[in-house]
Design a protein around this ligand. Sequence first.
Ligand SMILES: *[C@@H]1O[C@H](CO)[C@@H](O)[C@H](O)[C@H]1NC(C)=O
Ligand SMILES: *[C@@H]1O[C@H](CO)[C@@H](O)[C@H](O)[C@H]1NC(C)=O
Ligand SMILES: *[C@@H]1O[C@H](CO)[C@@H](O)[C@H](O)[C@H]1NC(C)=O
Ligand SMILES: *[C@@H]1O[C@H](CO)[C@@H](O)[C@H](O)[C@H]1NC(C)=O
Length: 531
Amino acid sequence: MCACVSEDMVVWKLPWTSALGALLLVLAVLCQDPESADEEPSPTSQTVKCPLHCKCPSDSTVNCASAELTEFPSGLSDGIQMLSLENNMIREITVEHVSHLYLLETLNLQNNGLSSDGKLEHPLERQHTELTSAPKALPHSLVNADFSSNELTRVYPYTFGYKPKLRSVYLHNNKLTDSGLPEHMFNTSNSLELLTMSSNLLKEVPRNLPSSLHRLHLKNNKLKRLPAGAFKNLSDLRELHLQDNQLNSQDIEQGAFSDLSSLEYLDLSNNNLSVVPSGLPKTLLLLHLERNCIQSIPADSLNLLRNLEYLLIHNNKLRSRTIHPAAFQGLKKLHTLHMYNNLLERVPRGMPRRAKTLMLLHNSISEIGRNDLALLHTLTELNLSYNRLSSGRLHPEAFRKLRRLQTLDLSGNNLDTLPVGLPRSLQVLEVKNNHLRSIPAGALTGMDQLTRLVLSNNQLKTMTCGTTDCLVLLSERSGHHFTVPPCPALKGTGHRFSILRYVLYLSLDELMRTVWSFCVRSVTQKDQRCC
Ligand SMILES: *[C@@H]1O[C@H](CO)[C@@H](O)[C@H](O)[C@H]1NC(C)=O
Ligand SMILES: *[C@@H]1O[C@H](CO)[C@@H](O)[C@H](O)[C@H]1NC(C)=O
Ligand SMILES: *[C@@H]1O[C@H](CO)[C@@H](O)[C@H](O)[C@H]1NC(C)=O
Ligand SMILES: *[C@@H]1O[C@H](CO)[C@@H](O)[C@H](O)[C@H]1NC(C)=O
């Protein structure tokens, strides 16, 4: 989160601890999100037929949430449409309980004690407080069913099948296995749009899902393989969540994704992939592949994804030479690429040309050649922090084409001098945690847009002021004060820096090392800005 600082908040000539304290306090107040209270109105009237401990705000709504029920409420009127039973200890629901509820549309049984066999096998199980059985049948009228956070191990053909209006089914956080599901779990329930089965024990993608499905959540199961046709008929699916499983590259068959002709969002993160899968849906906008063991990107795995906008492939084992130079060719919409925490030694060749955000931090990049970045004309944010760049191996013209670059992070490298030839469009420049000893003349010249410059944790000792291209003000360490000394360079007119008014210089050096932090803000913007 950014700290927000407003123009009037510059504090100086105060002991730095209390100034900082005051500043933080103001920030805390200013930056607080307004709290959004989202409470249900409490019901005012109760109808005669309302079950004990429940609330019935209207004839069609029965709310028995958190009512300490151990049994399905009796005496429900036939006409109810909405029944909330979440957070109780109901362990069993029989066909008799629900068969007369012929108008029931919404049933919430989240977090109960339902068991799959529907029987109490052992008296001791009475103490068990989790719902472990899906009802054998539910009303034909059902639209929404929430059975999440129970201990369900079985679902029956008539639990969710034969419900033409059924739209959403929540089954996450249960104990469902492949064998606990009927072969046709949603037979003729052809309006189903949302199915959540995350955090169960599935090894296979459930079969015969209705083609009406828009969103399918299978996160955190035991999926190891995706056979061809795993998503058969799901041509309307937009979102598919497969993260936190055990998928192996060699067990994703050619054609596994081929029916997903509308898929826009695919999450395959935190699996066991060693290579980017081929045959991904061409309609994808966002692809999560992070936290796998991906070592390579072949030429033809991504370049048909013409709509792809976000590719998240951080925390893998990519090396520059194992990314095919044509891997990103044709990805004209790709604007955000996260490749941090890999093993890259250089900026890979053939980076997507329309990229706006490139996160390459935490790799092993030791060199940037003259043309490594030369095709990235649209780049606005480049994060190269925590690599192995040294000043001698950063080509002075490497950044020459990045005319739209606004944010550059070179922190945590081995630079001993601030690079020259950085884009004049920069608004944020961070070069902390390096070995900077000097800021060469001209290095910051013309950076009219710069609002944040962070040079802390370097070995900068002296800096001069008064030339046209130096932002930095000399100041004694004045007993831990915030200091805003007068700056001739900034007062002068005709200089490119004349729009800058304050340069904050804060010394926190207790250990004979000089630590600098600068915050440069523009007077033209009186509103709050991040600093
Ligand atoms: C699905 O339901 C229809 C209509 O009741 C029935 O004819 C068909 O056999 C069922 N299919 C399966 C696979 O159960
Ligand atoms: C696939 O969907 C079509 C209609 O869209 C339907 O006729 C067919 O039975 C479905 N196949 C499966 C295996 O569900
Ligand atoms: C992960 O994949 C590697 C090969 O890529 C395989 O040797 C290993 O057994 C897999 N691990 C699991 C848990 O499937
Ligand atoms: C670079 O990325 C790291 C990690 O996300 C982030 O903390 C840092 O603020 C980024 N740098 C800039 C200048 O945004």
